[in-house]
Ligand binder design. Structure first.
Ligand code: BES
Ligand code: ZN
Length: 573
């Protein structure tokens, strides 16, 4: 008996799910799914089987069952008892109206304003609030699904669509996911959705009123898939479709296979955030093909993906642009180290997360420290040799779960001595940023850095990336906020990355004139990357803390359940 994952009741001695078949009736009135799932096992099994659940009401079970009391992070263990030779179990259940993986939106929270909307977000451990399952990435599963929705709405899934049938006021949409996935990649959305093809294998979905903007912003996606394939090998998921989410989506993007979810904040009309698409596309290799076995090895997903994202960007937009993005990332890492001053363990690449909620451990550390570790290895080995190593990594572990040791074992085998040369131990199992880190360098970067700490004068030709970097890296408090805004009209900027970087700098500098604009931003967007720094900046100022609390009180019901938890913790401390 051994747990496979600190965040799951799954046990190595028990039956292992190979596939599941889910059918769910989606009810917007009660905000629940009434569902039936059949889990089929790798082998006929017997004895105890522990499943993960959160907030589920079990209506029936094909085998004896016992639902244990809820634990704060893990949820409720559902203990099943299998007779010898059991090949599958079937459960009927209902989800809770506050299921942590689901956000139910009123029509007013959508772009069109007429129809309700529902979407899922299962990473890291929220799939269990939608389906009782072995909710660990170390157990990959295929699935089929059927969603019963109001006829006026369309359902999409991160899976292959098998067709829609309508009956009366309802419609049933069927899907199949033939490639085995970790449960956190289960994903669906229901709403007033339209779509447009961008290439034979890429299509964008959004609400009808946003489709033109979305098709324009992401028109380069096929070139991006091409670039990625030339770097990492054939794309294994057949289609790369994208879904533009409502503004309350808590992330910039989520790499759901075949159907990446993207925040509408990317529709800035300037193609300045296509790196997010590159990032989610790169996950098709790093993360979705080779998957972290538990959240303790999250850097294997995100560090590798930032590395891959940057390579795609370098290929399509050149080394200067890639260096600017790397520099923005490095600044975000510095901020993350500050945040975790009292929890230095969370700044290791390999973490210990027993008793820690992955949503609370989330930060830019696995992304940016992971990226810098890989760049440092690349620099020491040479690009050609490191590329070969990466390809072997992807080939050896495709469609499998991997640990940090799997990676270091491979490096030691292919490049003996390389780990010692870069002091890999310091990267993996110690806090902060090792001295020997690779650092981005470029002329555009130098031009921005030369102007930190004072009013920027040479800003001609600055792209949003340069502005973002300057705003994030300049020292606080910045004494000339009013003058800066008068000169460059930052409060009116459309690009949300630049806007949020500006508002954060201004708030951290005590510049009160931006407060109304901050209210607007945190009222419109639910992306945590925007909410967190703005709420933090308000909460850190004793004069503005009541304002932060009042804002949160007013808005929290329209935030995603995960954002409520994360932002709630910021305004309450
Ligand atoms: N997989 C992540 C999002 C995520 C991580 C959701 C952990 C839940 C738990 C996704 O690929 C991601 O990293 N998104 C970034 C994009 C950025 C790095 C380009 C984001 O949302 O900002
Ligand atoms: Zn990612």
């Amino acid at each position: 008996m051994a747990r496979l994952d600190p965040h799951s009741y799954a046990d190595s001695a028990q039956a292992r799910t190979r596939s599941f078949d889910l059918s769910a009736r989606i009810d917007f009135e009660t905000r629940t799914l009434t569902a039936r799932v059949t889990l089929s096992f790798e082998q006929p099994s017997q004895g105890t089987l522990d499943l993960d659940t959160r907030g589920l009401t079990i209506l029936s079970s094909s085998v004896p069952h016992r639902l244990h009391p809820a634990e704060p992070i893990l949820g409720s263990r559902l203990e099943l008892t299998l007779a010898p030779g059991t090949k599958s179990v079937t459960l009927e259940y209902r989800t809770a109206p506050d299921a942590s993986a689901l956000q139910w939106l009123e029509p007013a929270q959508t772009h069109g304003g007429k129809q309700p909307y529902l979407f899922s977000q299962c990473q890291a451990i929220h799939a269990r609030s939608v389906v009782p399952c072995q909710d660990t990435p170390s157990i990959r599963q295929t699935y089929t699904a059927s969603l019963d929705v109001p006829k006026a709405l369309r359902a999409v899934m991160a899976a292959a669509p098998l067709g829609r049938t309508e009956q009366g006021e309802r419609a049933v949409e069927k899907f199949e996911m033939p490639q085995p996935i970790p449960p956190y990649l289960l994903a669906f959305a229901v709403g007033d959705l339209a779509s447009r093809d961008l290439s034979p294998r890429a299509r964008v979905y959004s609400e009808p009123g946003q489709l033109d903007a979305a098709a324009w912003e992401f028109s380069g996606v096929e070139a991006m898939i091409h670039a990625a394939e030339s770097l990492f090998g054939p794309y294994d998921w057949e289609r790369f479709d994208m879904l533009v989410m409502p503004p309350s989506f808590p992330y910039g993007g989520m790499e759901n296979p075949r159907l990446t979810f993207l925040t509408p904040a990317l529709l800035a009309g300037d193609k300045s955030q296509v790196n997010v698409v590159a990032h989610e596309l790169a996950h098709a290799w790093t993360g979705n093909l080779v998957t972290n076995s538990t959240a303790e090895h999250f850097w294997l997903n995100e560090g590798f993906t930032v590395f891959a994202e940057n390579r795609i960007l370098e290929m399509l937009e050149g080394a200067e642009v890639a260096a600017l993005h790397a520099a923005i990332g490095r600044q975000e890492l510095v901020d993350a180290f500050k945040q975790f001053e009292k929890q230095p363990g969370l700044t290791h690449l390999r973490t210990k997360l027993d008793g820690i909620d992955p949503d609370e451990a989330f930060s830019q550390v696995p992304y940016q420290k992971g990226y810098l570790f890989l760049k440092t290895l690349e620099q020491a080995a040479g690009r050609e040799r490191f590329d070969a190593l990466l390809k072997t990594w992807l080939k050896t572990h495709r469609f499998k779960a991997a640990t940090t040791d799997d990676f270091t074992d491979l490096v030691e085998k292919l490049e003996p001595g390389l780990l010692a040369k870069v002091d890999a131990k310091a990267w993996l199992d110690a806090p902060g940023l090792p001295q020997n880190s690779w650092a981005p360098q470029s002329s555009r970067l130098a031009a921005v850095r030369a102007q930190l700490g004072r009013m920027p004068e040479q800003t001609e030709g600055w792209t949003p990336a340069e502005w973002q970097l300057w705003l994030e890296a300049t020292g606080r408090p910045f004494q000339h906020c009013a003058e800066l805004d008068a000169r460059y009209h930052l409060t009116e900027v459309k690009n949300p990355e630049v806007l949020v970087s500006w508002l954060t700098l201004a708030a951290e500098s005590g510049y009160a004139a931006v407060l109304p604009r901050i209210d607007q931003v945190v009222s419109h967007f639910g992306r945590m990357k925007y909410l967190k720094p703005l709420y933090r900046a308000l909460a850190a100022n004793p004069q503005w803390l009541p304002r932060a609390r009042a804002l949160y009180e007013k808005l929290h019901r329209q935030y995603h359940p995960i954002a409520q938890q994360v932002i709630g913790a910021i305004v309450k401390t």
